[in-house]
Write a protein that binds this ligand. Structure first.
Ligand SMILES: Cc1cc2nc3c(=O)[nH]c(=O)nc-3n(C[C@H](O)[C@H](O)[C@H](O)COP(=O)(O)O)c2cc1C
Length: 98
């Protein structure tokens, strides 16, 4: 969404995905019903993104976490099966000197 040049300038873009419905169903019996699985998906995505950020810093490369995207277009671009939802994109490459 918007102008995000790092998406096309990055050396690699890691797409993070989740079996969202599976997670929601797995924790459905635990209150708040239908919310807990979704929380866990977002927590896992955040933890994963942080680890990629830490490793990028250790390697001296830049990393930008992007969560503002058109879900259906990302699903199409990554050729995701219908049960996988994109939760984040991690753009990795040479840090821009400003
Ligand atoms: C959950 C979350 C989602 C984000 N989504 C976007 C995004 O869609 N586009 C974007 O440019 N930055 C997004 N950011 C911010 C960038 O990942 C990054 O933190 C920001 O560009 C500042 O980077 P810097 O501190 O290295 O300058 C998001 C950050 C978080 C924590």
């Amino acid at each position: 969404m918007g102008d995000q040049p790092w998406l096309k300038e990055a050396a690699i873009v890691i797409g993070v995905t989740a079996e969202f419905d599976e997670a929601v169903q797995h924790f459905e019996a635990q209150p708040p019903h239908r919310e807990r699985g979704a929380r866990y998906v977002y927590m896992e995505t955040g933890a994963l993104a942080q680890n990629v950020h830490l490793q990028s810093s250790a390697l001296g490369v830049g990393c930008v976490l992007v969560a503002g995207f058109n879900d259906s277009k990302v699903k199409e671009a990554l050729r995701l099966p219908s049960d996988l939802e994109p939760t984040a994109l991690l753009c990795i490459g040479q840090p821009r000197v400003v």
